[in-house]
Design a protein around this ligand. Structure first.
Ligand SMILES: Cc1ncc(C[n+]2csc(CCOP(=O)(O)OP(=O)(O)O)c2C)c(N)n1
Length: 416
């Protein structure tokens, strides 16, 4: 009797469509996150190879433990002053978001995006960089600008698209651009900045400069082709760039599993392309700072790109146009096992004698007041629906370096 080499298939095939473990009214099972205890993950040598980091891409670098203590190999020296700066920048970022959200609800602007719960990542990395480095952000890294002390009034004028808008009303609110602050123009097209950051870093190397670039992308946007192109170029040319993936578990209403996160990690992708990669607690300011400094040092030492997956949670709606209660449990953020970045840093700083509940409350109310004052001032330059806005003639400038004939004609047709 001979057995058939190709037995008849009886079960029909089924398409697998990943789903989150919970929908509204249910409780998320966060066990998919694969957490490591604080202090448990090694700190590799700067010249580590990608394959040596492969085991680390399924672990999680964490410094702050549940008692607010800094533990393990990544807990090394962080200045008290850096911690204070980080706390102030995180509180200010949160206060800015809260105020701008209200401004949108009051119809002062058409649109806003918060970074609630993700403040530590942009703030911590910015503090680990140097003047002259260029960051290629998404719309959820306003913490970079606030850490750098960019004028709040100026940022607000962009959000209000008013007469003092530095971008002359041409861009959707929150799509900032601050070349001098090392903040590359935000584009609405997801992931385009990722490959541009690698190119900028390559240019810095070609010129023999000492500046490095940082690239930012969300978990959902890693599914774009530009993500893969960036990894290939970053690896091939050993570009001095930090490739950040902010895994906040959601891309609008889609869970990270549908972007390719099921049974793997985003950090694992970097290692597979030949880029040393780490997976890090994004709600742990000390871990963000330590790992960012390490990656920056690797880049400056001509050791090439580093990929960092920051594990965090998008605690707020995707944007002011989104209602997350339609697709995820309303109390999900409170159950996220990595907690809140501000609360965790606060507990650590109080333990270290650098901060107190009173100072915390005072800083919070001072930022609320400062931001309210800044918004009042920004509103004197106009807001949504007012006539106080950039002139229509501006609409035709800067399409090209010099205005071509057909744009001149269109401007004349408009009579401006
Ligand atoms: C090329 C492109 N496709 C789709 C969109 C619409 N869009 C805007 S934000 C977003 C979700 C992005 O999610 P993620 O990358 O996880 O970042 P997060 O918003 O969570 O920070 C989508 C699909 C877009 N802006 N550009």
């Amino acid at each position: 009797m001979s057995s058939s080499p190709n037995p008849a298939v009886t079960d029909p095939l089924r398409l697998h469509v990943p789903e989150p473990s919970a929908r509204p009214g249910e409780a998320t099972d966060f066990s998919y996150l694969q957490l490591s205890p604080a202090g448990a993950v090694d700190k590799p040598a700067l010249d580590v190879t990608a394959s040596q980091t492969t085991p680390l891409t399924t672990q999680l670098v964490r410094v702050l433990d549940d008692n607010g203590d800094a533990v393990g190999p990544w807990a090394a020296d962080i200045d008290d002053e850096v911690l204070r700066q980080a706390m102030h920048a995180m509180l200010k970022t949160r206060a800015y978001d809260a105020r701008m959200l209200i401004a949108q609800r009051q119809k002062k602007t058409s649109f806003y995006i918060q970074c609630l719960g993700e403040e530590a990542i942009a703030v911590g990395q910015t503090l680990a960089l140097r003047e002259g480095d260029m960051q290629f952000p998404t719309y959820r890294q306003q913490g970079i600008l606030i850490t750098k002390g960019v004028s709040l009034v100026d940022m607000m004028c962009q959000v209000l698209s008013n007469a003092a808008d530095p971008l002359k009303g041409r861009q959707l609110p929150i799509m900032y651009s601050y070349k001098d602050a090392g903040f590359f123009s935000i584009s609405g097209n997801l992931t385009t900045q990722y490959i541009q950051a690698v190119g900028w870093a390559m240019a810095s190397a070609i010129k023999g400069d000492t500046k490095i670039a940082t690239a930012w992308v969300g978990d959902g946007a890693t599914a774009e082709g530009d993500f893969h192109a960036a990894l290939v170029f970053g690896h091939v040319y050993r570009a001095p760039v930090i490739l950040n993936v902010v895994n906040n578990q959601w891309a609008i209403s889609t869970f990270q599993a549908i972007a390719g996160g099921e049974n793997t990690t985003f950090a694992a992708r970097g290692a597979a392309y030949g880029i040393p990669s780490l997976r890090v607690d994004g709600n742990d300011l000390l871990a963000v700072y330590a790992v960012s400094r390490w990656a920056a040092e690797r880049a400056r030492s001509n050791l090439g790109a580093t990929m960092i997956e920051w594990v965090t949670y998008r605690a707020g709606p995707h944007s002011t146009s989104d209602d997350p209660s339609k697709y995820r449990p309303a109390d999900d953020a409170q159950h996220f096992p990595l907690g809140d970045p501000i609360e965790r840093l606060k507990a650590h700083m109080i333990k270290r004698g650098l901060w107190s509940d009173e100072q915390h409350e005072q800083a919070r109310s001072e930022y609320d007041a400062e931001i309210a004052r800044a918004l009042k001032e920004a509103e004197t330059h106009g807001l949504l629906g007012s006539d106080n806005r950039p002139g229509a003639a501006d609409m035709f400038n800067d399409v090209y370096k010099d205005m071509p004939e057909h744009l001149r004609r269109q401007r004349q047709q408009l009579g401006v």
